[in-house]
Design a protein around this ligand. Structure first.
Ligand code: MN
Length: 213
């Protein structure tokens, strides 16, 4: 694996984690088989459509919280389990859920954010597989503003670990040139229960609505 960041967290890239002759078939299968949905987010009192499609798969109980709502994962399908297995073997880490993002074209994007929800624990490990169109992944240090731009080719695997989510933010900006479809599978490990699960109520104060994971 190529080491990209070693300060205040670790970022590694494995190009051609999945060989180029099979990525298109996997991409097309996942585009048609996964239960994509378009999220509506509230920003400054207005409802806006999230600029990509998403879905959440995982072990039963690996619920994800946002906007004060706990989201139950859909059960694994063989195509995702196969990839999960391969990533676990390669990295040595165990994951129990995956957030899938579909960037339909160059106009779909992901804003600056860090994946630091409490349910991911203090030093989350994320393994992120790219399929389809190459897009640029930007990562910027919160204090020094040092920025890295990484081209994520089809079949590449990005690994984030340590204190990376505390000190850095990442994004996938819109692109005029890169207009094909891309799927990103972000494998995670949910270690804590969502607050709403613990309290067993939906009258909890909402966490800040956010549009990016
Ligand atoms: Mn992220």
């Amino acid at each position: 694996m190529l080491s990209i960041i070693t300060t205040d967290g670790e970022l590694y890239l494995e190009e051609n984690f999945i060989s180029a002759d099979t990525t298109d078939e996997i991409l097309n299968t996942l585009i048609s088989k996964l239960q994509w949905h378009e999220e509506t987010i509230k920003l400054f009192g207005k409802s806006i459509k999230s600029p990509r499609l998403v879905c959440w798969y995982g072990d039963s109980g690996a619920d994800y919280c946002y906007s004060g709502i706990s989201h139950k994962p859909k059960p694994w399908i063989p195509e995702l389990s196969e990839i999960l297995e391969k990533i676990q073997q390669h990295t040595g880490y165990d994951f129990n859920a995956v957030l899938a993002n579909l960037y339909r074209n160059g106009n779909d994007s992901m804003g600056w954010h860090a994946d630091k929800e409490p349910e991911l624990g203090t030093e989350p490990i994320l393994a992120s597989l790219s399929l389809g169109e190459t897009r640029v992944f930007k990562i910027r240090h919160k204090k020094t503003k040092k920025t890295h731009s990484v081209e994520l080719n089809s079949g590449s695997l990005l690994l984030m670990s340590g204190k990376l989510q505390q000190h850095w933010q990442h994004s996938v900006p819109k692109s005029k040139r890169r207009n094909g479809s891309r799927i990103n599978l972000s494998f995670r490990r949910i270690v804590h229960l969502c607050q709403s699960d613990i309290e067993g109520t939906d009258s909890m104060p909402s966490r800040t609505a956010r549009n990016d994971w």
